[in-house]
Design a protein around this ligand. Sequence first.
Ligand SMILES: [Zn+2]
Length: 185
Amino acid sequence: MKEISKKIYVKESKTHGKGIFALKNIKKGETIFIIKGKKINFLINNKKQAEIAGFNWIGFGKNEWIDPTNYGLYLNHSCNPNSAIKGRVVVIAIRNIKKGEEITFDYSLNEADIFWHIKCHCGSRNCRKTIKSIQFLPYKIFNKYKLHIPEYFKKVFKKFNISNFKNLKDLQNEWISFIKKDFSV
Ligand SMILES: [Zn+2]
């Protein structure tokens, strides 16, 4: 067990590897930590590219991720999260968090790579089992967390939600032509 800040510390998580835990009670709306790391500019237009992408990257904007160097590395997914990203890098509590509770985050709210998916074993009653990017998020969940979804990802959801397309292939084609536009390294 290693203390890394006043509000949180890192230890083994029940759900996935290491996790971040509350060192004390944290109130709804409070800043928990700031994500630090290197900004990555990367085009993910097929499965192979998606596999090259870092497992710990956190979505930031169009073709942009942060490769976290601090607590962001240990922020685990939950389908019933208690934190969200405000703006682009500030992790805030979206409900009161009790001392000892794991800090979790819904990765779908900040991920637009349509080739990305992970299996989830978070144990929440509303667990989605397979976690995908925001284009596949059910409207019900989008509306529930709308206040906590960064502007870029809100736009992506509205324009590229799977329900706007005939099938997955159509979404893929439209999405890839969107991300290829003005992509620069
Ligand atoms: Zn889950």
